[in-house]
Write a protein that binds this ligand. Structure first.
Ligand code: TPP
Length: 802
């Protein structure tokens, strides 16, 4: 693929150089188109499962690629194959490897077969998980499928340039490896229909407010699958409706450009103008690319003849960007028919060859595994085994599933046959299982030296018995963090000027400046995206979501983007974001929620810390800043004004993640809980002691990772009774904990009574102290459940109370 590094509008080019660039662009447009055409065939003939292509968007993307420089970042969507070819981040052969789902990163560098085709990304990390020099390469953050989901992260990628520009402390190594003083632009792409998503609007507004170098392109092909613009966009034009965002009369805003997807020279000119404003002035820019087509329809899942009129289809053929570029080249005598025919023929040939090679590379390891297994089948021998062997050998395009199912059949046929040959097959399967785990399940969490598991605890040092409010402990610890790490910034609603609604950041903006501790608009999804983009560019954001109940606005991005990032890139990108929030219990429906089951299940890939007090909460920040993993830290909302002992070594003490703490030793019942429920449990235990019931109380401290040393079952071995307490709905967080202890840690073997969970009511917590008492588990509930458990065991010693 030719590198697209010079603009067609550059006036200082010789005619020959200019011609060379144009023809190279035409070649690339043809290659990309051929890839789309052949790609569709590969799906329709069954070699690939699904295909979504960039046909119709080739020329616009070539124009955009010309202004994309080293250090810049893309956050886009599945149509951008031509752009990725143009910046040399992907070859056609690799693109086909993605279509087939080749699991070898060397062949399929986008996701090693984990994502469907059209989900692009570059490698930000070395194999050991450390950052590469992002400044010397062209970068693309890893795509996700939810339409508009690329937008919040785009804001952060652009905001990082702003942060690097104003934070002079980061103009030296190692940070100068990530940014050249903030000179980089974040390029966004989106389809016109996806601009209907709230995430698009939230991001656009935030980018206008923040004045970040974000160059947003909308590929407007008039449809979102089958639904036309009239159902998507007011006035059927995104640039029309965004006119109010246009900067004017000294008022900051966006610069808005319009161009057409088939107009090669105008596209190139537009992007040159756009990048100048964006890069030099740090002004966000919108490029609305209209009259874009979709020659093969949305994807391989259907045909566009079902919803486009004959006239529309004809119009799309007439204005096809590759065809129009060809006409323009001929009109301007840059090449003749013959030259262009040759380029087209060569493109066809090159793409066909790339496809054939990619397919053979994809099949090769599978076929050799097949050969190994067939040889093992031969060693076992027998008619039934031979039949299985012949059956898999007859599969023209085998996949690993075929091989594994065949092995399982053979092992079933030979169930009582303990021969060395059969054992060899079992051994082969074990090794293959490990390999497939690595292929599909590695890198959900960091596998670098800085993974959370490698960060050990460090004790709090107390100089005296002085007490202080919980919020002051957080504040003084954040103070130490901001001093220690110039790459840390803390932001959220009310986090800046007033230092947070609970004063955990009191005075820190004044001390460290508005760029380190700052307010944001009320926009949880893009607070999350802002943090993701910052972290992807080597910074350490602490993003604040004001209350746990409002995390729901950001949960989709946390779940789809942040939680999957390391996994979906097989460890080639990371975003060690720390999310600070507060919750579990205070007042009213939306300041008392504790939807932990929902969060844990949506966010595998993110550490979830549930400290019971602010000393532990602050220790988690210290631990996590030494690691390179993302985490959510839920500060207990009702503990900001509670007194705790004053630590002497702020910024230093750490708690290891995944290590529960035994708070009360006991012998009758194991009570497992976390967060604000710990205090409820402690009160109940005091009462239970009066009735000679001894409870072992354990705070799990983190839900992800969960009890990495399986310590909880040790307590159950001793007490033989298990109660799990939390404030989530029944079957939520408590069920998660129960499954871990009873099933994963085999706790069921040691239980003499049925395990019990104590949770909230199914509805949201009602207002007021009585609302709390009757909605959430309280000390009386905990007392009753544990007492009744003991009554069941020994009614004489523990008679019925009522
Ligand atoms: C949140 C979400 N809703 C629905 C979909 C299914 N979907 C995939 S692509 C698409 C249409 C997008 O249209 P547009 O943004 O115009 O991009 P185009 O495909 O036309 O380039 C839809 C509805 C999705 N991926 N994500």
């Amino acid at each position: 693929m030719g590198k697209q590094d010079s603009a067609v509008t550059a006036s200082n080019l010789s005619f020959d150089d200019f011609k060379k660039i144009v023809l190279n662009d035409f070649k690339l447009a043809n290659e990309s188109r051929q890839a789309s055409l052949l790609g569709r065939k590969e799906v329709l003939t069954g070699k690939a499962k699904f295909g979504i292509f960039g046909d119709g968007k080739e020329v616009a993307q070539i124009a955009m690629s010309k202004v994309f420089k080293n250090g810049d970042f893309r956050s886009g969507y599945y149509r951008d194959q031509t752009f990725m070819f143009a910046i040399n981040a992907l070859s056609v052969k690799q693109w086909f490897a993605g279509l087939y789902g080749h699991t070898d990163m060397h062949y399929e560098p986008m996701s090693a077969g984990r994502q469907m085709n059209g989900h692009f990304g570059t490698h930000s990390l070395n194999a050991d998980g450390t950052f590469k020099n992002l400044r010397d390469q062209k970068n693309s953050s890893a795509d996700i499928s939810p339409t508009g989901g690329q937008m919040p992260r785009l804001l952060g990628l652009a905001y990082a340039s702003h942060f690097y520009k104003i934070n002079k402390d980061l103009h030296e190594a190692p940070f100068s490896n990530y940014s050249n003083k903030g000179n980089e632009v974040a390029f966004g792409t989106i389809g016109d229909a996806s601009t209907s998503e709230g995430l698009f609007w939230e991001t656009i507004n935030a980018a206008g407010v923040l004045q970040v170098p974000m160059l947003m392109s909308v590929w407007d092909d008039g449809h979102g699958i089958s639904v036309p613009k009239k159902y998507q966009t007011t006035k059927e034009s995104i640039s029309e409706v965004l006119k109010g965002f246009q900067r004017e009369n000294g008022k900051k805003g966006f610069e808005i450009f319009k161009t057409k997807g088939w107009d090669y020279p105008h596209l190139c000119e537009t992007y040159e103008k756009a990048i100048k404003v964006c890069r030099e002035e740090h002004v966000p820019v919108l490029v609305h690319v209209e009259e874009v087509t979709q020659p093969q329809g949305h994807s391989t899942s259907g045909s566009h003849e079902r919803y486009k009129s004959k006239e529309r289809l004809q119009w799309e053929t007439d204005i096809d960007c590759v065809k129009k570029m060809r006409d323009w080249i001929l009109d301007n005598a840059l090449a003749n028919e013959e030259e262009l025919n040759k380029i087209e023929e060569d493109a066809k040939e090159a793409v066909k060859n790339a496809k054939t090679e990619a397919w053979s590379d994809y099949l090769h390891p599978i076929k050799s595994e097949m050969a190994e297994v067939c040889a093992l089948f031969d060693e076992i021998g027998g008619e039934e085994i031979l039949a299985v062997k012949n059956q898999i050998l007859s599969i023209k395009e085998p996949i690993r599933k075929d091989i594994h199912s065949a092995i399982k059949s053979v092992l079933r046929f030979t169930i009582n046959n303990y021969t060395p040959a059969r054992q060899k097959l079992i051994d082969w399967l074990q090794i293959a299982r490990i390999e497939n785990d690595e292929r599909y399940s590695s890198h959900l969490y960091s596998e670098s030296a800085r993974q959370v598991q490698n960060i050990s605890a460090k004790d709090v040092v107390y100089n005296d018995d002085k007490l202080m409010d919980g919020r002051e402990i957080l504040r003084d610890n954040f103070d130490a963090i901001l001093k220690k790490y110039s790459e840390v910034m803390i932001f959220g609603e009310d986090s800046g000027k007033i230092g947070g609604v609970n004063q955990g950041l009191e005075g820190l903006q004044l001390k460290y400046g508005e760029h380190r501790v700052f307010d944001t608009g009320i926009r949880e999804a893009t607070i999350m995206g802002q943090a993701i983009g910052l972290a992807m560019r080597g910074l350490r954001p602490i993003a604040e979501i004001q209350y746990l109940d409002y995390l729901l606005y950001a949960l989709q991005i946390m779940s789809d983007d942040l939680a999957t990032l390391q996994w979906r890139t097989k460890g080639m990108q990371k975003a060690p974001v720390l999310i600070r929030t507060r919750g579990h219990r205070l007042e009213g429906v939306w300041h008392s929620g504790s939807p932990m089951g929902m969060i844990i299940n949506a966010c595998r890939g993110i550490n979830i810390c549930v400290p019971r007090n602010m000393t532990i909460a602050s220790a988690f920040y210290n631990t996590l800043l030494e690691s390179d993993e993302p985490a959510l830290i839920i500060e207990p909302l009702n503990a900001y004004r509670l007194k705790e002992k004053q630590p002497g070594n702020f910024g230093e003490y750490k708690v290891a993640l995944g290590i529960p703490e035994v708070i009360n030793h006991g012998t009758d019942v194991t009570l497992v809980t976390y967060g604000s429920s710990v205090r409820i449990a402690q009160e109940a235990i005091k009462n239970l002691e009066k009735y000679n019931i001894s409870v072992e109380l354990i705070d799990v401290q983190t839900l992800i990772p969960f009890d990495i040393k399986s310590s909880l079952v040790e307590s159950v071995k001793k007490t033989n009774r298990l109660v799990v307490l939390d404030e989530d709905v029944p079957g939520g967080g408590s069920a998660y904990i129960l499954q871990k202890i009873v099933e994963v840690q085999s706790g069921y073997k040691y239980l003499d009574s049925a395990p019990v969970t104590i949770a909230s009511k199914e509805h949201r917590p009602a207002y007021g102290s009585d609302g709390d008492y009757f909605s959430k588990p309280n000390t009386d509930d905990v007392f009753d459940v544990i007492y009744n458990l003991m009554h069941e065991v020994n009614p004489q010693s523990y008679p019925d109370i009522y």
